[in-house]
Design a protein around this ligand. Structure first.
Ligand SMILES: NC(=O)c1ccc[n+]([C@@H]2O[C@H](COP(=O)([O-])OP(=O)(O)OC[C@H]3O[C@@H](n4cnc5c(N)ncnc54)[C@H](OP(=O)(O)O)[C@@H]3O)[C@@H](O)[C@H]2O)c1
Length: 226
């Protein structure tokens, strides 16, 4: 049985990943900040729920130690935030920017460091991070959203490096754009449902080959520009 670990698993894309992987018979290690109030997550049969606030790196180390004997095939860095309302040049909230960078950029890297041995013991050996097309510098034609864009661009840069750093260990590293999805973050006006986005990303993960390590892929499998 394959094992997947997912952060930010209590709602949105993270919850949908848990539902779909559990339905496929995977062992699902679902991480969220408040397990006791994660009702939709707790009602999925056989999913194991763990408490994890990814901004607290000691919690990441603690969970990695707790799961030290558990091989992980796929680790999905999904937890993320938009960063609050003050995103535009001239009205930036620098404390919120730092917090956004911790959650969207540093935490996924810390997860990779903490869970490297678990991935090494897994069969699939894939580190997938949910980034965003808004992190693409080449694709930025509308400006704004400085907190979010920089945090995802930095995530992309970090994962590109880690893909190279982990090549010898045969651990694959990929960043995924889920599309514009109807979640709390994406809002009701978004283009696609979480079910479709996650189905696509699972397929990308399923079909992943080592030569794709260090790529930035959309949920439909297309390569995105950095
Ligand atoms: N929806 C879109 O259109 C879209 C587009 C591009 C990229 N993305 C990316 O996709 C990922 C998932 O987004 P979503 O749309 O599902 O967003 P969402 O509905 O707002 O859910 C965000 C998830 O992240 C968790 N989270 C936030 N801060 C956390 C922390 N410090 N520790 C642990 N978990 C934390 C939240 O947990 P709480 O409930 O505890 O807050 C929640 O489970 C994010 O990385 C996002 O940037 C989304």
């Amino acid at each position: 049985m394959a094992t997947v670990l997912i952060t930010g698993a209590n709602r949105g894309l993270g919850l949908e990943f848990c539902k779909q992987y559990a339905a496929e018979g995977w062992q699902v290690l679902a991480c969220c900040r408040n397990p006791e109030t994660a009702d939709k997550l707790n009602e999925i049969p056989k999913v194991q729920v763990f408490q994890l606030d990814v901004s607290d790196f000691s919690q990441i180390d603690h969970l990695a130690a707790k799961l030290q004997d558990t091989p992980i095939d796929v680790l999905i860095n999904n937890a993320g935030i938009y960063g609050g309302p003050h995103h535009g040049f001239g009205q930036l909230d620098y404390a919120a920017w730092t917090h956004t960078l911790i959650i969207n950029t540093q935490a996924p890297v810390k997860m990779a460091e903490a869970f490297l041995q678990h991935l090494n013991r897994g069969n699939k050996k894939l580190l997938a991070s949910i980034s965003s097309q808004m992190g693409s510098i080449a694709d930025n034609s509308s400006g704004g959203s400085i907190l979010y864009r920089t945090s995802k661009a930095a995530l992309n840069a970090a994962m590109k490096s880690i893909a190279i750093d982990l090549k010898e260990q045969k651990i694959g590293v990929v960043v995924l754009h889920p599309g514009w999805v109807k979640t709390d973050m994406g809002g009701p006006g978004a283009l696609i449902e979480a079910r479709e986005s996650v189905k696509g990303m699972r397929q990308v993960i399923e079909r992943f080959t080592p030569d794709q390590s260090g790529s930035f892929l959309k949920y439909d499998g297309c390569t995105l520009p950095w």
